[in-house]
Design a protein around this ligand. Structure first.
Ligand SMILES: *Cc1c(COP(=O)(O)O)cnc(C)c1O
Length: 398
């Protein structure tokens, strides 16, 4: 099928939640590049929105998925699953968590985190504690509870009335958080770098103050590491940058390199609240997804990808800041590791994105003035140089 036929079929049969998509259909990928059905090559600086951490067609991931698919894709968690146990053990060993539960997406992991927080207090004899405080401009997913948690009106308005029990406060304002806590509050949930709203890292002092405040008030701290986790920010988990440990954190996106998976990770004292029958999932933790996750995590550690993300991220941001000296339209560059936002002084993000696409580069945009970069963690300096040159040309052509 050619692209035009695919577009026609999509517009006739697929629910129109994505509107006018970028007009391309990819056939295969290799490393940091994608190749379209009409034979063009694209440098992927969006990485499937922080999913393709190993790039495309990484041999370790391909081998793990193919050999597991040949043996057993699914069997139900009513039975023991070796790769599920191994991936849980490995995640517990490399993080502050003691126990893990697998599901199928980020939103579902956050749902699990919020359920765990509620049941933790119920079982402590404090059923009145169910409220969760999150930040404005946050993003926690698209299900009804995670939409209520998300601090952005555009995701909430169409689905009112919202699930009760959520309050949103301004980020980096500890007094606002203090003021929002009451006897019903059970947890604070936050991303450490807000991705979907334009790549905003939280202040280190603020995050440490939040951790202390949760301790003082007996609240659980839930960190949404769905986008920031798995090496993206230059550490395996973003909380390592901040010198804090969450009681619960969630993973998804890069965890299995594109095979759907989510993970809910918690300290033993909290995880214990889930007892037989309290939570579950049909697909979650299946042999295919867990084998993929094991291959991703092993490769990340073997190839030192978090370190590469740290090095390449600071090189990338340095080059972008240099570019901003000659191109006044760049008013700021922010981020952590390979999670980077380029702030434009004019509402030209979509135009810049489209012109980069025309030159064979994929990037994201947030709103009208932020370009968002989430390249595979295997990226090298040459790739970055090629991109920065193309971006310079695009900005000069505006
Ligand atoms: C992507 C994302 C989610 C939602 O993940 P899905 O897999 O799309 O449900 C939640 N939180 C953050 C921080 C994300 O970046």
């Amino acid at each position: 099928m050619d692209l035009k036929e695919i577009m026609e079929m999509d517009s006739r049969y697929y629910m129109n939640t994505f509107g006018q998509r970028t007009p391309v259909c990819f056939e295969y990928g290799q490393g940091i590049c994608l190749y379209s059905s009409d034979g063009r090559k694209y440098y992927d600086f969006l990485g499937g929105i922080a999913v393709n951490a190993l790039g495309h067609a990484h041999p370790a991931l391909v081998e793990a998925v193919c050999s597991q698919a040949r043996k057993l894709i699914h069997c139900s968690s009513l039975y023991y699953i070796e790769s599920q146990a191994r991936l849980a053990k490995m995640l517990a060993e490399v993080s502050c968590a003691d126990r893990v539960f697998f599901c199928n997406s980020g939103a579902e992991a956050n749902e699990g985190a919020m359920k765990l927080a509620r049941i933790y207090f119920k079982k402590k004899g404090m059923p009145e504690k169910y409220g969760i405080i999150t930040l404005r401009d946050s993003f926690h997913g698209r299900t009804l509870a995670t939409v209520a948690a998300t601090g952005q009106e555009k995701y909430q308005k169409p689905y009112e009335p919202l699930m009760p029990g959520f309050r949103h406060v301004q980020k980096n304002d500890i007094e606002a958080l203090k003021a929002a806590i009451d006897d019903t509050t059970c947890a604070v949930m936050m991303e450490l770098v807000q991705g979907e709203s334009g790549v905003h890292p939280l202040d280190r002092d603020y995050v440490q103050a939040v951790r202390r405040l949760c301790e003082e008030k007996g609240l659980l701290l839930i960190i949404d590491e769905i986008q920031t986790g798995m090496g993206r920010t230059g550490k395996l988990f973003a909380y390592e940058h901040y010198g804090v440990e969450p009681d619960i954190f969630t993973l998804a996106k890069a965890l299995a390199g594109g095979v759907p998976i989510g993970a809910l990770c918690a300290k033993e004292s909290v995880a214990r609240a889930f007892e037989p029958g309290d939570h579950g999932s049909t697909f979650g933790g299946n042999p295919l997804a867990c084998s993929a996750g094991l291959a991703v995590l092993r490769t990340m550690l073997d190839e030192k990808l978090p370190e590469n993300a740290e090095k390449m991220g600071s090189y990338f941001m340095g080059e972008l800041k240099r570019l901003s000296e000659t191109h006044g339209i760049i008013s700021g560059v922010r981020g952590l590791g390979l999670m980077i936002g380029i702030q434009l002084a004019q509402d030209k993000a979509v135009e810049v994105k489209n012109r980069l696409f025309g030159r064979g580069f994929l990037v994201g945009s947030v709103g009208t003035s932020v370009i968002r970069l989430l390249p595979p963690l295997i990226i090298n300096k040459d790739d970055i140089d090629i991109f920065v040159r193309a971006l310079g040309d695009v900005l000069a052509s505006l």
